[in-house]
Design a protein around this ligand. Structure first.
Ligand SMILES: [Zn+2]
Length: 64
């Protein structure tokens, strides 16, 4: 039986992108006044990601 921690640590970035959930909802940009109308939820790493209309990438790690 493989070590579960080892398995999660070896996860390639491509896989976590595939697992992102697209959620409709307004999110404010931390760098400008423009909002994003949707965001992506990463249920494995607990990270919310969104890009505003200017193209700024916002990433928030949620501590549960
Ligand atoms: Zn912005």
């Amino acid at each position: 039986m493989p070590n579960i921690n080892e398995f999660l640590g070896a996860k390639p970035a491509k896989d976590s992108i595939k697992n992102l959930e697209k959620i409709m909802g307004s999110k404010p940009c931390s760098k400008c006044e423009l909002d994003s109308e949707e965001y992506y939820w990463d249920p494995i790493n607990f990270i919310m990601t969104w890009t505003c209309k200017t193209g700024h990438l916002n990433t928030v790690k949620v501590n549960l």
